[in-house]
Ligand binder design. Sequence first.
Ligand code: KMH
Ligand code: ZN
Length: 275
Amino acid sequence: MSEPLLITVAPTGAETSKADCPQLPTTLEELVATAVECEAAGAAMIHVHVRDHSHAPTLDLGQLKETVAALRASTSLVVQLSTGGSVHDPLSERLKVLDAEPDSCSLTMGTTNFGDDVFLNPWPFVCDLYQLSQEREVVPEFELFDLGHVASLSRLLSRHGLPFGGRVHVDLVMGVPGGMPGTADALVAAVAALPPEVTSWGATGIGRSTLAVGLAALSKGGHLRVGMEDVLTLSRGVPVSSNAQLVSRAAEMGTLAQRSLMTPDEARSFLGIRR
Ligand code: KMH
Ligand code: ZN
């Protein structure tokens, strides 16, 4: 019997503008309503980027804390804050995200080209963020955009030990222009290269690679991240109307693959989240 399926929703991201996509949840009210719908549709964890009052990405600590509290008040979802932010956020601000005391944080294992931009994650920053997550008892999700990031994860774990909670959960972020392609072949290669300390992995395919990556991940027994951070169309020319639509589709795919859905409470134990 396969492991229950952990569905993470990434509802907002830092790249899409509200003007281009009015259905993107950018206010706190919209985010909380989305989170409630996505939990009902089968999500167990939420990966959060916060927007300011003009809908621009922000790492404002007050807003981050308010968002964590609001999500905890209205849902049971595991709350993961993005430490990636936007490509314009300074590293020092990204470290301060942990001051908002989330359950989990994203932790990208290296610098990557990101479309026309660069998503900066120098090695000393990765180590600082990792050590801070251990001190603060926040469970990192290791974001791997490239095969080189797999090797960096191995190096990080051998130098600095296991994360808080003792579990090592990885998300393969595939199909970013500049990172590994969103194909079944690349997914199989990345999974085969994961270090032995990894206890679970999921994958997300950006843009049109979302279905190829999702289906390949399920075939290999992995978990799924979906959401409007990663994809804005259901199929060519058909816009996503809500994050819950993507979570429902992921849940249907999981059911087809004979996977039960992991509840938020099960996800806490599974990921080693502090209770
Ligand atoms: N917005 C990207 C530059 C993360 O959340 O940790 C980085 C990102 C990864 O979304
Ligand atoms: Zn993100």
